[in-house]
Design a protein around this ligand. Structure first.
Ligand code: PLP
Length: 393
């Protein structure tokens, strides 16, 4: 019996429950590189596939203005962040990116972090601690759950997108020193929106701090494409608007948009900001170029949502459950993990990549394919995908 036997045992257990995860090797699709179809195609494990697993929703990671900005930042400033922002890693590009993000999100200030995951861990654990309570939607992203656990605060979970249940929880925890409500704005595995108007109302009524995660809604929802808070008209009611540079903005990193005093507080308290190397200037330049494109053409998000609505209707028509999705993220809920994996492999053989999402990312009985529609998918890709899904059912 070796001290490391548990590793093999656990891997075997995961495999027999159809829960073992493996990385595939992705490379740019050669035809897509030629015709500029961006994230809609991918070479995966050596096979050309139509890719429904990219969060580069607007195809901005390969937009010429973005790659040019990244290239020239790399040439003039180098590839890495070199040091913590609090030592010598802060630069005019970081500050300019933060100014641009705060203007885009109608906030006083912004602060960038090396990843969205790190942003959530750092910000939640800086805002809450012993004696406080963090209230989480049951379907929140893992980074929000992990941030709440790390904080040491009591964690309370309310029913998914249910303001009545949130209010019930707020009444129970009224004696805690600080209450922090944390919710995804657009849920990453279900593609539905949190009822931000009701949640903002309750936050105000019960004096709770409100933080929303706009990782998947930034660049897509709202007239200016600023996100779900803009879509619901509650931008000024949210204390912490978190977002990522890594999805519709096609770059890397996370950020929060907050008041100036809160930014200063986080600069001093957010450990994932203090004890880490600054976001690379290359990434800052790329993100700024993407932001410029979104600001000039905020209607791209709307066009994407319309395309996704058509695909969703087709998937439903052939008899699949797409849950409550209203966005570019469409779950095809099949229930059983083994069935989700089998369906995903059949589709892969037909030239489509629609990954299976299983426990613990989603609950045990709701394994699914997670379809992520991008602006790069053509009507033909969508029609062929629906046909293939029908045949694989
Ligand atoms: C809702 C949500 N928040 C945060 C993150 C983390 O962002 P990043 O990938 O930039 O670390 C993700 C990414 O998967 C996400 O879906």
């Amino acid at each position: 019996m070796s001290k490391l036997d548990f590793i093999d045992e656990e891997l075997r257990r995961l495999e027999s429950a159809a829960l073992l995860r493996r990385m595939r090797r992705a490379a740019p699709s050669r035809p897509a590189l030629r015709d500029g179809t961006g994230p809609g195609r991918l070479n995966l494990d050596g096979r050309e596939v139509v890719n429904f697993a990219s969060n580069d929703y607007l195809g901005l990671s390969t937009a010429p203005a973005v790659t040019a900005a990244a290239g020239s930042a790399a040439a003039s400033r180098g590839g890495g962040g070199a040091s913590s922002r609090l030592l010598s890693g802060n630069s005019d590009v970081h500050e300019e990116l933060e100014r641009r993000l705060s203007a885009f999100k109608s906030a006083e200030a912004a602060m960038v972090f090396p990843s969205g995951y790190q942003t959530n861990l750092s910000v939640i654990s800086a805002l809450a601690g012993d004696g406080d309570c963090v209230l989480l939607d049951r379907l929140n992203h893992a980074s929000l759950v992990d941030g709440a656990r790390l904080s040491g605060a009591r964690v309370a979970v309310y029913r998914h997108a249910d303001p009545d249940d949130l209010e019930r929880a707020l009444k129970i925890i009224s004696r805690h020193r600080r209450r922090l409500i944390v919710t995804d704005a657009l849920f990453s595995m279900d593609g539905d929106l949190a009822p931000l108007g009701d949640i903002a109302f309750l936050a105000e009524k019960y004096g709770a701090i409100l933080m929303i995660d706009e990782a998947h809604s930034t660049g897509i929802f709202g007239l200016r494409a600023a996100g779900a808070a803009e879509h619901f008209g509650v931008e000024d009611k949210i204390d912490v608007k978190m977002g990522t540079l890594s999805k519709a903005l096609g770059a890397q990193g996370g950020f929060v948009c907050v008041s100036s005093p809160l930014r200063e507080y986080l600069v001093n308290k957010a450990r994932g900001f203090i004890y880490t190397t600054a976001l690379s200037p290359v990434v800052c330049a790329a993100a700024m170029a993407s932001l410029g494109i979104v600001e000039k053409n905020p209607g791209a998000g709307r066009a994407l949502l319309e395309r996704a609505a058509k695909l969703r209707a087709e998937i439903k028509r052939i008899g699949f459950d797409t849950g409550k999705s209203v966005s570019q993220i469409i779950p095809v809920i099949v229930g059983d993990s083994a069935r989700a994996v089998a369906l995903s492999s059949l589709l892969f053989k037909k030239g489509f990549y629609a990954p299976a999402v299983r426990y613990p990312t989603v609950s045990k009985k709701s394994a699914r394919l997670r379809i992520s529609v991008t602006i790069a998918h053509s009507d033909e890709d969508i029609a062929r995908f629906v046909e293939a899904l029908k045949l694989c059912a």
